[in-house]
Design a protein around this ligand. Sequence first.
Ligand code: ADP
Length: 319
Amino acid sequence: MKRIGVLTSGGDAPGMNAAVRAVVRKAIYHDIEVYGIYQGYSGLINGNIKKLELGSVGDIIHRGGTTLYSARCLEFKTKEGQQKGIEQLKKHGIDGLVVIGGDGSYRGAKALTEQGFPCVGVPGTIDNDIPGTEFTIGFDTALNTVIDAIDKIRDTATSHERTFIIEVMGRHAGDIALWAGLAGGAETIVIPEDNFDMDEVANRLKKGHERGKKHSIIVVAEGVMSGPEFAEKLEKATNFETRVSVLGHIQRGGSPTAFDRVLASRLGAHAVELLLEGKGGRAVGIEKNRLVDYDIIEALAMPHRVDLDMYRLSKELSI
Ligand code: ADP
């Protein structure tokens, strides 16, 4: 392998830049040239490809978003689109590709691998919903953003003795809601991985009121329902007035935490190591603080599991 490419795709996540930096520096360290593919698979199809030097990735380790930009590209879901991408890679003499993104991006990498072009997937998404890794790049930063918001909302909830419903991101996964809810001391956490009973939520709230607790924080994962929808149902069940806060895109931005920078550096470098060993079609991850990699096709088929022990703990601690 003499020349590799790197792209970021799908929803941006803090730490993607640190991963790109690691890919570039690790490759150059091993005398491999690196080309940046801008705007994800869309840029791949259109040939938006430029050589990256050591200095190209200077001063980005602390920046959120992605300096390679990201884009959604429907055309890449077709065989024709994928062939156009492979032609561009060949035209630029690129022998292997690192794809940093979420599960949609992995499907793109899988498609290229199945057509004979070696790709390695690096998990970059705040949702923590990629199988084959305990943590994805960006999750820890998003979590800290949510906790900061919960702490601030708690001040108002306490002062006004109100019930606050905070809707957080996570797509179909409840990881952000669970971790942020536990760390933020939420009274109730609602995640898609477990059925919830509105009567039970209402009873907990009423019991709290009876013992003098006048404010509550309820964290709802977007994968269950929207915050306003949840508030409407809860108000019907309790007659309590509620306030809703939908945190939205602030969860995706910001400077990556130390954890995400270190994770991104390790995973990005590991992806390059695999390509150097001639191993394509892999997805890298971290388990028990050790770097791991799986067949990208098998990884995509593995279920993502939220930590239900932690979920039970959150219930025990919020009685
Ligand atoms: P994420 O990677 O964050 O999950 P998306 O689901 O939007 O984000 O996927 C990012 C991009 O990956 C899509 O815009 C598309 O170009 C590509 N992609 C998604 N699914 C597939 C697929 N089944 N086959 C090929 N490419 C895909």
